[in-house]
Design a protein. Structure first.
Length: 74
């Protein structure tokens, strides 16, 4: 759920502000401006979501093989 919310937030940011932007607050003490690439953030979040889903699927498969009732794993 947290990853889904992050994906949604990045997508909203992309709609409002575009695919890239500037972050002047993070590097302020170093007098540095960071470029924010929302597209790459979105790709990383989608990779994380896929990895989490694979872990869930693997656990469900393992539970099925062990004879655990399907309702217990959901």
């Amino acid at each position: 759920d947290a990853t889904d919310r992050q994906i949604e937030q990045v997508q909203q940011d992309m709609q409002k502000r575009g695919n890239t932007g500037f972050d002047t607050t993070t590097g302020a003490s170093k007098k540095t401006i960071y470029i924010v690439d929302r597209r790459s953030q979105l790709k990383e979040l989608e990779k994380r979501k896929a990895a989490i889903q694979k872990e869930i699927d693997d656990l469900q498969d393992e539970a099925r093989r062990a004879g655990v009732p399907a309702g217990w794993v959901r």
